[in-house]
Design a protein around this ligand. Structure first.
Ligand code: ACO
Length: 427
């Protein structure tokens, strides 16, 4: 198949078919409007490709996820988050020397400008940390005017390193501010995940030793969240970047997009759902009956995905890690038991089977976060730390490829032209 034909009344038009490296095909409708005066309407972009990209491949039917050609299962088993970040941002896995240079260059940027303390002080303690993280990320552009030019590769390089280095610090400070504890400076002797855990949980008064099992589990979660092609937040980063907004501003908008409960906010929603089931003493079946009743407006959070219609490979890996972490920490597993009960019933239930609804990445991740002491409203913040290299990779790819400003069209359904009646004569 190399062309698609569109018949409009007695006119026939041909459109080229683009084929990707994994064989998926798209009709290139780039000249549709100029040739026909028509546009396409595709709510939620369910059938619309917004770009060509060489970063991440997903086959939602087969449950395949690969970053730059590497299977997520293999990356989860054999690599670290910084290696994956390098892979996404630079295109290839690093050699040991390249990784060391990358690690060092990120490590030396982990501190935040001291003036940010006053900035944090302006937020109410009750502020949601995603709001704080989005605001502080945008504010980085006020502190670093030397790295804002999207056309200067050196600016982009420095901005990339600053973001990767500072986001865990920004996130941990948001938490410390909310509980009124002193900010903990980064400890650059530690690895990426371990440093974040220390900034979250240490205080200046006591020695804090990072549990390596927990640091490893967190590193794995970051890997699993690192990219997911044109999802809501990544598309947002691209759209904002397409106006030639700087990288800090574009990433800040990605954080905001990720916050919503239908996207990254789902991990928080899952725990809240499980806790409310526990509180109300609802069994898995009783809760799922509510979900299936459309009038209730209740969804099984952590289930369903726009792309995965068979299983989410990340959910499989997380489920295994979840069991291991809980065992290691000797934590009570009530919420995990409830989650497994829900999964088991839902996977056999006609409602979920028919609609191809399976556990997604968020179904078990919240249980791990909770077990390691991360407060619920910080869950999505950790997702943001994980997704950061993906956002940067997509923003950079778009700039390297060349782009036009993202500007969808619409089908107008409002009033047709009418005459304005002066205010005094109205009503
Ligand atoms: N619980 C109950 N029913 C569901 C669920 C769910 N979690 N997800 C979808 N459905 C139903 C819908 O009601 C709809 O039913 P209908 O055909 O009878 O009207 C059908 O399945 C299709 O659902 P859509 O909302 O059209 O699917 P869409 O692809 O637009 O949405 C989404 C995908 C947003 C992920 C959805 O499945 C959902 O809301 N899931 C719960 C939230 C969640 O876990 N989000 C995290 C996604 S992963 C991520 O962002 C990292």
């Amino acid at each position: 198949m190399s062309k698609a034909t569109l018949k409009l009344d007695d006119k026939e038009l041909e459109f080229p078919i683009i084929t990707g490296s994994e064989g998926e095909q798209a009709i290139d409708i780039g000249n549709l409007r100029s040739a026909t005066g028509l546009i396409t309407l595709d709510q939620g972009f369910v059938n619309t490709g917004s770009c060509e990209s060489a970063i991440t491949f997903i086959d939602g039917e087969k449950g395949i996820l690969r970053y730059r050609g590497y299977r997520i299962e293999e990356l989860a088993e054999k690599s670290s988050f910084l290696e994956v970040a390098y892979l996404l941002v630079r295109g290839e896995l690093p050699t040991p020397a390249e990784l060391e240079e990358f690690r060092h260059s990120i490590t030396i940027h982990t501190m935040l400008h001291e003036d940010f303390r006053r900035f944090y002080g302006g937020f109410p303690k009750s502020a949601h940390p995603m709001a704080v993280v989005s605001a502080v990320t945008a504010a980085l552009s006020t502190f670093y005017p030397d790295s804002l030019d999207p056309d200067d590769p050196l600016h982009v390089e420095i901005c990339t390193k600053r973001l990767l280095a500072k986001l865990p610090t920004i996130a941990a400070y948001a938490f410390k501010h909310s509980i009124g504890q002193p900010f903990m400076y980064p400890d650059n002797r530690l690895g990426y995940a371990a440093n974040f855990l220390r900034m979250m949980f240490a205080t200046p008064c006591e020695e804090y030793l990072v549990d390596e099992v927990i640091a490893k589990a967190l590193d794995l979660l970051l890997i699993l969240h690192a990219d997911h092609e044109q999802n809501c937040s990544t598309s947002t980063v691209r759209v904002v970047g397409s106006s030639r907004a700087n990288l800090f501003a574009s990433i800040s908008s990605g954080v905001s997009a990720l916050w919503g409960p239908l996207h990254g906010g789902a991990n928080q929603a899952v725990i809240e759902m499980l806790q409310s089931m526990e509180k109300q003493g609802l069994s898995g079946k009783q809760f799922l009956d509510k979900v299936k009743d459309k009038q209730s407006g209740i969804r099984l959070m952590g289930f369903g995905h726009r792309v995965y219609k068979n299983f989410d490979p990340r959910a499989k890996i997380i489920k295994k890690t979840c069991t291991e972490v809980l065992q290691r920490l000797n934590k009570q597993t009530k919420l995990l038991d409830l989650a497994m009960e829900l999964e088991e019933i839902a996977l056999r239930d006609e409602y979920f089977v028919e609609r191809k609804l399976y556990p997604n990445v968020d179904f078990y991740s919240g249980i791990i976060y909770q077990a390691i002491g991360i407060p619920v409203d910080m869950f999505t913040v950790i997702f943001a730390i994980g997704r950061l290299p993906g956002w940067i990779a997509h923003w950079t790819e778009m700039h390297e490829q060349g782009f036009r400003i993202s500007r969808p069209r619409q089908v107008y359904t409002g009033a047709t032209e009418r005459t304005l009646v002066p205010l005094a004569q109205r009503g």
